[in-house]
Design a protein. Structure first.
Length: 410
C-alpha cells in the first residue's frame, strides 16, 4: 500500500501565491534563518554532505543553559542561553571562526520548573534584524550586525498576554511587514518595524508553546496557532479566526507545529494526548480522519519525507522514547528506534540528521525499512533536546548545558 497522502493537490495558483506571500525571510544559499529552516519544514535543501566517516570540528562555544536552537544567516549564527543565575544572553557568532561578534544580555530568572531551565525560544532572522522572545515575555528586535536594540516590547506588560506555565517560547514568524507571535488565545501580530499592534487575539487565554505555522488557501494567507486548549486557524492579514480544533493535553502543552500536505493537517503532542490527522479543503470545519495515542511529539515537530513522517515519539524521561517512522495515511507506526532517546531530528533532502539525547550525531537515509545510520559520532554530552541544524556546509549541535559544537559537513 502506498504511504503517500491521498488528497488532491493544492492548485498551481495557490502554490504561486504561497511562494509570493511567504517568501519574506532573506535566505541566500543554504541559510537556516528560523526555527525550522527556510521552508519551515525542518528539511535542508543542501546537498553533498558527508554521510560516513567522521566530521571535523569547525569550532566550539559555550552559550549558557537552555534548549534554544541555532539559526544561521550568511556569516552569522544566533542562539540564546542563560547564565544559571539571573541573565539571558542573545549570542551572535562568526560562522567561520566561532568568534563572538556581539551579545545582548538582559535580566531573566532560570525558571527551572520540572526541567533544568534556561532559554527555550529560538531567534528569527529577517534581513538586517533578528527577533527574539524570552520565556518571561521580553521581545527584542536587534540589529544583526551590531546587536543594537532597534525596539523592544514585553508580551505581558505591553500587550497583557497571559504567560503559560513554562513561559513564552517557539520562534517569531515574519509575514510581510508583520511579526507573528504565539501569544494569547490565537496569536499576536505586530508591525515588525516598531512593535506596534496590528491585531491581537484574547490575551487572557494561555498560548501554546509552538511557532506560528503559515500556509495559504486560494488567495488567503492563513496561520495555525496553538493555545493550551488546541489549535486555531485564522487569516493572518487581520486575525479573523476560521476554525478551532480542540486538542488539550495534560498541563496544556501544545508545543509542536502542524505538518501539512495538500488538504491533510497532521497534529501531534505529548503527555499521552497523541496525534490526529485532519482533512480541510478550505471550507467550513476540518474533518478528523484518525487519532492515535501511539505517536506523540512532545517537543519537536515531525518531518515529512517521501510520504512518511519521522519524529521523536514519547515523553522525556519515559521508556521507549525514540525515533519513529509513521504512516500518515492511517497513523500506524512503521518502525521505532528507541536508542535515540528523547533526541531531535532534522534532515538534508532524504537523509535524516539525528542528535541522540546522549549527544551522538547520526546521519542515515529516511527509509521505511528502519533507521540505519551510515555516520555515528559522539559530539556532545547529554541532554540534547535541541534540533541539529545544517547550514552552509556546517552542522550546529547544542546540549542543555549550553555547549555548542559546529562540524564541517562537507
Amino acid at each position: 500500500m502506498s504511504l503517500l497522502f491521498r488528497f488532491p493537490p493544492v492548485n498551481a495558483a495557490c502554490a504561486t501565491v504561497s511562494a509570493l506571500v511567504f517568501s519574506v525571510i532573506s535566505a541566500p544559499g543554504s541559510d537556516w534563518p528560523s526555527l525550522r529552516g527556510p521552508d519551515h519544514n525542518g528539511i535542508s535543501t543542501e546537498t553533498g554532505i558527508k554521510t560516513s566517516g567522521e566530521l571535523p570540528i569547525a569550532w566550539k562555544a559555550e552559550v549558557g543553559l537552555g534548549f534554544s536552537a541555532i539559526v544561521v544567516a550568511g556569516d552569522r549564527a544566533f542562539t540564546l542561553g542563560h547564565d544559571g543565575k539571573n541573565q539571558d544572553t542573545v549570542w551572535c557568532f562568526d560562522t567561520a571562526s566561532g568568534d563572538v561578534v556581539w551579545k545582548h544580555s538582559y535580566e531573566h530568572p532560570l525558571d527551572d520548573l520540572y526541567f533544568p531551565g534556561g532559554t527555550t525560544g529560538t531567534p528569527t532572522v529577517d534581513g538586517e534584524h533578528v527577533f527574539t522572545v524570552a520565556r518571561r515575555g521580553q521581545l527584542f528586535c536587534l540589529d544583526t550586525k551590531t546587536g543594537a536594540v532597534v525596539w523592544q516590547k514585553h508580551l505581558t506588560d505591553d500587550f497583557g498576554c497571559r504567560m503559560p506555565d513554562w513561559g513564552f517560547t517557539g520562534s517569531p514568524r515574519v509575514f510581510g511587514s508583520t511579526l507573528l507571535l504565539n501569544a494569547g488565545d490565537a496569536g499576536l501580530a505586530l508591525d515588525k518595524s516598531d512593535g506596534s499592534v496590528v491585531w491581537q487575539s484574547d490575551a487572557n487565554v494561555e498560548c501554546g508553546y509552538s511557532t506560528p505555522y503559515l500556509f495559504t488557501r486560494g488567495s488567503k494567507p492563513l496561520g495555525i496557532f496553538s493555545s493550551k486548549n488546541g489549535y486555531t486557524c485564522l487569516d493572518v492579514s487581520d486575525g479573523t479566526p476560521l476554525w478551532f480544533f480542540k486538542h488539550k493535553t495534560r498541563y496544556g502543552v501544545n508545543a509542536t507545529e502542524p505538518v501539512m500536505k495538500d488538504n491533510l493537517i497532521f497534529l501531534s503532542t505529548g503527555y499521552d494526548k497523541g496525534s490526529a490527522a485532519l482533512e480541510w479543503d478550505g471550507i467550513g470545519e476540518p474533518e478528523e480522519l484518525w487519532r492515535t495515542r501511539e505517536y506523540q511529539n512532545q517537543m519537536n515537530t515531525s518531518l515529512l519525507i517521501g510520504g512518511r513522517l519521522f519524529g521523536i515519539n514519547g515523553n522525556e524521561g519515559k521508556e521507549d522514547t525514540g525515533l519513529v517512522c509513521l504512516n500518515p495515511a492511517n497513523g500506524e507506526i512503521v518502525w521505532s528506534e528507541p536508542s535515540i532517546g528523547h533526541g531531535a531530528v532534522s534532515a538534508a533532502g532524504s537523509y535524516l540528521i539525528v542528535l541522540t539525547e546522549k549527544g551522538v550525531l547520526q546521519i542515515g537515509p529516511a527509509s521505511g525499512g528502519g533507521f540505519e545510520p551510515s555516520l555515528r559520532q559522539q559530539v556532545l554530552g547529554p541532554k540534547c533536546w535541541t534540533v541539529p541544524v545544517l547550514a552552509n556546509g556546517q552542522i550546529y549541535c547544542r546540549n542543555g548545558n549550553g555547549q555548542v559544537v559546529v562540524l564541517k559537513a562537507k
